[in-house]
Ligand binder design. Structure first.
Ligand SMILES: Nc1ncnc2c1ncn2[C@@H]1O[C@H](COP(=O)(O)OP(=O)(O)OP(=O)(O)O)[C@@H](O)[C@H]1O
Ligand SMILES: [Mg+2]
Length: 411
């Protein structure tokens, strides 16, 4: 826009410059001198833009928090509190937006009469110097055209300062994403045959307190590997390290002797089936959710996976069976049903390594026993890594890693 406006401005000034350079230059000089104070508004515009970006961020974060915490809010009768909180941040955002919009819109309106006054002054100079009135009229007409463009040019320039803070925010996010990006290796993993070794693994989150300090563990293929330990001891973190969602601060993790950092991470994750501690389901049908991680599976294969996860009986009893719609994050299902679908989804992928983080935390005893049987049946066919507080689930485990008892474990 600025480039187009500058070119336009030159075109409008060619004729007056040819007819009456003195009047044109004096009008331009006055207009430019008068626009200098406006350029000081750039700083103000930048700060208003910054306030606008910050309040917009806050507003969005409160809205999304309210929606995701709706149940907790209603159960605690805190609707009023949250509505007021939102009103508050929204009002702040409205105020910030109004200020920056007023600044943006008023610049041009204020500049226009000032510019016209500059043109009229220069006309006076021109007449005083004895220019022909007809020439002066043509020049004045061109100047009247050119001056609003100059006004727009100043306005867009100041508007850019208003947008810089949100652009900077984007750059900061990009930098942070680049800093925490995980380098991808080149070695493709097709089959996991032998074992995973954690060697002298040290890991910190942002604080100085290490979660792991010289952690040495082994996970064996085609065995049932159990990870146990107190709440907060680092079991889920260990799984994150294993899937390279987090990178050890020191030390290495080897998969069949290959350093995890040299592996093509997608090839590795392709052979993994992961059931997170908090099951996450997409808004859609049960079938959509199951096929999401493993496309092209037949209904027969889907039902087999559901049977293994002990989910089949409840699914076929719902009105639309596999086509039952489950809502946002499976809101129409019970906690245990969500957990079982989440297990079925990872089994459907036919993974070589099945990672289960507290797979039975929301299940009753009977269902837990069924899941236990599934785990025991799969035990020699694939590698299972299960994190659990329920020791009954891992009676037949071949390898038990007790995080609390590891020598150098700090927490
Ligand atoms: N993203 C994070 N940033 C900072 N600290 C974290 C983060 N995630 C976990 N922690 C901390 O790391 C420690 C280990 O957490 P982790 O989730 O691995 O525990 P856990 O053994 O899985 O516990 P639980 O049995 O309750 O699931 C905890 O003290 C926790 O506060
Ligand atoms: Mg955990």
């Amino acid at each position: 826009m600025q480039l187009a406006q500058t070119i336009q401005l030159f075109i409008y000034l060619v004729v007056p410059l040819m007819i009456d350079p003195i009047m044109t230059f004096s009008a331009l000089a006055i207009a430019i001198v008068l626009s200098i104070p406006f350029l000081f508004l750039k700083q103000r515009s930048y700060f208003l833009g910054k306030a606008n970006t910050e309040t917009a961020n806050k507003n969005m974060s409160v809205i999304s928090e309210i929606f995701s915490g709706l149940r907790v809010i209603i159960a605690n009768s805190k609707q009023e509190k949250m509505i007021n909180l939102h009103k508050n941040v929204f009002t702040q955002h409205v105020n910030a937006t109004i200020k920056s919009q007023i600044l943006a819109q008023s610049i041009q309106s204020i500049y226009y009469p000032i510019g016209i006054a500059a043109a009229i002054c220069s006309m006076g100079i021109s007449v005083y110097l004895g220019m022909k009135l007809s020439d002066t009229a043509i020049v004045l007409w061109s100047l009247f055209r050119a001056i609003p463009i100059l006004g727009t040019l100043i306005r867009t320039n100041i508007n850019i300062s208003n947008f810089i803070p949100s652009y900077e925010q984007l750059e900061i996010l990009k930098d942070r994403a680049n800093q925490s990006s995980i380098d991808n290796g080149e070695v493709k993993l097709v089959n996991f045959k032998d074992k995973i070794i954690f060697k002298d693994v040290e890991f910190y989150y942002s604080s100085n307190k290490p979660i792991f300090n010289k952690l040495d563990i082994q996970i064996f293929s085609n065995k049932l590997n159990a990870i146990i330990g107190k709440s907060g001891s680092g079991k889920s973190t260990l799984l994150d390290l294993l899937m390279r969602m987090q990178i050890p601060t020191k030390g290495n993790i080897f998969i069949d002797g290959i350093d995890l950092q040299d592996l093509d991470i997608n090839s590795y994750r392709n052979i993994i089936g992961y059931v997170p501690q908090e099951p996450f389901l997409f808004n859609g049908t049960i079938k959509d959710n199951l096929l999401w991680a493993a496309e092209n599976k037949t209904d027969k294969e889907i039902l087999e996976a559901c049977e293994l996860a002990n989910a089949k009986s409840f699914i076929i009893n719902t009105t639309d069976s596999l086509e039952t719609f489950i809502g946002d994050n499976g809101i129409m299902l019970s906690g245990g049903q969500k957990q079982r679908i989440s297990i079925a989804r990872s089994l459907l992928r036919k993974p070589q390594i099945l990672i289960l983080d507290e797979p039975t935390s929301a299940l009753d005893n009977e269902t837990e026993i069924a899941i236990k049987e599934t785990i025991n049946n799969l035990k020699n066919k694939l590698t299972i890594i299960v994190v659990t507080h329920r020791l009954g689930l891992i009676e037949k485990a071949n390898n038990i890693i007790n995080i609390d008892k590891l020598n150098n474990q700090v927490i």
